[in-house]
Unconditional design. Structure first.
Length: 250
C-alpha cells in the first residue's frame, strides 16, 4: 500500500491522516481537511515530518470552467468583487441518516463547512488572501442539528476587493453552485460546470502525478487550511456579531 484516502466524518480526518503519514503513506483527505485549525495543523506537521504528499479534495478546481476562469484572471484588471453561492436542499432525513451529521464535533458546521466549502475554496483560489469576515448564520428549515443551514457573509480581501458567500441547505429544490469574479476590465462566472465525477477523477490523477513527480498537488494542505480558516471565521463572526480576521497560514 502506497497511499490512503481518508473519507471519514470530517472531525476524524486528522487522526486517520496523521496515522497514515506516520506509517509512510501518501494521503488524500476528503474536504474539509478537518474541523479545527489545530487538527489541520496536526496533518500539516505530520506531512512535513513524513515527507509524503497530501492532497485535500476540492474537485471543483478541476472542472474545465474553473481552470479557464483562473487562467482569465490577468485579463480582468483590478478585481472589485466576487460571489460564492451554494444553494442546496437537504431533507431532514439527510441529517437524521447519520448520527455525526449536523454535529459540531464531527461535522464541524453545517451548510458552509460541509457543502459550501467547495465554493469558498474556488473564491479564494480566484481572489487571493482574505483579511476580514463579517457574517450571519441561522438554522431555519431543519430540526435536531447543532449547526447552521443558512449562511451569509462578506469577505474583504488583501487587495481591497469584497466577496460575498451564501451557503444553504434550505433552498428547495436546490440550485447549481455559482462563483463569479468581477474586475474593471472583465468578469468570469462559473456555473455548475462539467461532470463532478470527472473532476474528482482529475484530482486523483493530479495527486498520483504529484507523488510520482515529487511536486505539490494542486490542492494541498495550505489551501485547505486557508478555506477552513475562512469558514471558522464566518462562524466566529456570526457568534460575536463582529468582524473576524481569518487565522493566517501556519
Amino acid at each position: 500500500m502506497d497511499a490512503v484516502s481518508v473519507c471519514l466524518p470530517s472531525g476524524a480526518h486528522a487522526d486517520a491522516a496523521a496515522l497514515a503519514l506516520q506509517a509512510g503513506k501518501h494521503v488524500v483527505v476528503e474536504k474539509p481537511i478537518d474541523v479545527t485549525l489545530a487538527a489541520a495543523d496536526r496533518i500539516i506537521a505530520a506531512e512535513r515530518e513524513s515527507g509524503r504528499t497530501v492532497a485535500v479534495i476540492s474537485q471543483r478546481r478541476f472542472q474545465r470552467e474553473s481552470a479557464a476562469a483562473h487562467r482569465a484572471l490577468p485579463g480582468l484588471g483590478r478585481i472589485s468583487s466576487g460571489i460564492a453561492e451554494s444553494t442546496f436542499w437537504r431533507t431532514q432525513d439527510y441529517y437524521d441518516s447519520k448520527p455525526w451529521r449536523g454535529t459540531r464535533a464531527l461535522d464541524g458546521g453545517g451548510a458552509l463547512m460541509n457543502q459550501g466549502i467547495h465554493a469558498v475554496d474556488l473564491l479564494l483560489w480566484l481572489m487571493g488572501d482574505p483579511v476580514e469576515v463579517l457574517a450571519r448564520t441561522a438554522c431555519l428549515s431543519h430540526d435536531r442539528i447543532e449547526v447552521e443551514d443558512t449562511v451569509a457573509a462578506v469577505v474583504t480581501f488583501a487587495g481591497g476587493a469584497l466577496g460575498t458567500i451564501t451557503a444553504t441547505t434550505a433552498a428547495n429544490p436546490g440550485h447549481p453552485v455559482r462563483v463569479a469574479v468581477h474586475g474593471d476590465r472583465g468578469s468570469v462566472v462559473i456555473g455548475e460546470g462539467t461532470d463532478l465525477d470527472e473532476a474528482h477523477l482529475a484530482q486523483y490523477t493530479d495527486f498520483l502525478d504529484a507523488v510520482r513527480d515529487r511536486r505539490p498537488p494542486l490542492v494541498g494542505t495550505a489551501d485547505a487550511r486557508r478555506a477552513l480558516a475562512v469558514v471558522l471565521a464566518v462562524y466566529e463572526s456570526a457568534r460575536t456579531g463582529k468582524p473576524v480576521a481569518p487565522n493566517g497560514e501556519q
